[in-house]
Write a protein that binds this ligand. Structure first.
Ligand code: SAM
Length: 279
């Protein structure tokens, strides 16, 4: 993929790393053999790096189906999203397509239509939030926007080309990381440890990300570090994170938060942790 082609995330995603990209790029290892992203989400880092040997993963099956559809069926996906866009949107239409999407989720259908609905809904739901109820059904209300262009066709085509060489998985992060070897680079961007109880974001998927998961991740970090893997991890600047990663380099960074309904909670501090010195 040519260096000058810009790839942008095709969805808005909670915890999207677009605003942290420069800080992340500043701290990359000098030489990356293979790039692994176990919690890819909207892929802001993946698309910024465009590394030719990339391996991505996320536990959200509909999200991963969307990556696979862009990789293998981009033309059909573009055409379907454009068809959904050709009808002027209102609440009734939004609910109709949301129900269609949820029917597919219930029936475990992973196809290009599910992927197209996934993208369309992301552009038409409140704050681009992906939230599901206990049955795994998407339950975010309409954002009241009309006449939105839900897809940037050139961007999708360029992403499709890039993804042809990317390996895409839908696993738990620990299983996904079993193939990581010495000299590889892994960027971990798990759901964050909450700043306060109320801000805990457990609804990315049906399972959420528990305290045990954070401990499991810290253990994996230690194990991979001993193996000689280059590691980077981002999280909130909270005590637990400092406790779990006290043996490594921790840089604290001021950020603006995107997905939060309360304006007064839109700023915060995050950390970027590495197991190597800055190059
Ligand atoms: C903070 S988001 C990643 C944001 C991403 N870096 C971006 O720029 O959009 C965390 C992601 O972890 C995924 N996830 C949660 N639990 C997981 C698990 N056990 N294994 C793999 N992925 C998981 C969620 O589905 C979500 O997409």
């Amino acid at each position: 993929m040519k260096k000058d082609i810009v790839l942008n995330p095709f969805i808005k995603w909670a915890g999207g790393k677009t605003q942290l990209i420069d800080e992340i790029r500043l701290r990359l290892p000098k030489d990356i053999k293979r790039y692994f992203e176990p919690f890819v989400g909207g892929g802001a880092v993946l698309f910024s790096l465009k590394h030719k040997k990339s391996f991505i993963n996320d536990i959200n099956s509909q999200l991963i189906n969307t990556y696979n559809s862009i990789k293998n069926e981009a033309e059909q996906l573009i055409s379907l999203v454009n068809t959904f866009d050709s009808v002027g949107c209102n609440n009734e239409y939004y609910l109709f397509l949301k129900n269609l999407y949820n029917k597919k989720v219930t029936e475990n259908v992973f196809d290009v239509e599910s992927a197209s609905l996934f993208i369309w809904i992301n552009k038409h739901c409140f704050n681009g939030l992906y939230r599901v109820n206990t049955s795994g059904l998407f339950n975010v209300p309409y954002n009241n926007k009309t006449g939105i262009n839900s897809i940037d066709e050139d961007n999708i085509k360029n992403i499709s080309k890039f993804l042809k060489k990317v390996e895409i998985s839908n696993l738990d992060f620990e299983i996904f990381c079993k193939r990581v070897r010495k000299g590889d680079f892994v960027y971990f961007d798990s759901p964050y440890v909450p700043v306060s109880e109320t801000s805990y974001f457990t609804s990315y998927t049906r399972t959420g990300f528990s305290l045990d998961d954070h401990k499991r991740l810290a253990k994996l970090f230690k194990k991979l570090s001993k193996k000689g893997v280059y590691l980077m991890l981002s999280n909130n600047d909270v005590e637990l994170v400092h406790e779990l990663y006290g043996d490594y380099n921790i840089d604290v960074i001021d950020v603006k938060r995107n997905i939060n309904s309360k304006a007064d909670k839109r700023t915060g501090r995050e950390v970027i942790i590495t197991n190597y010195e800055r190059f």
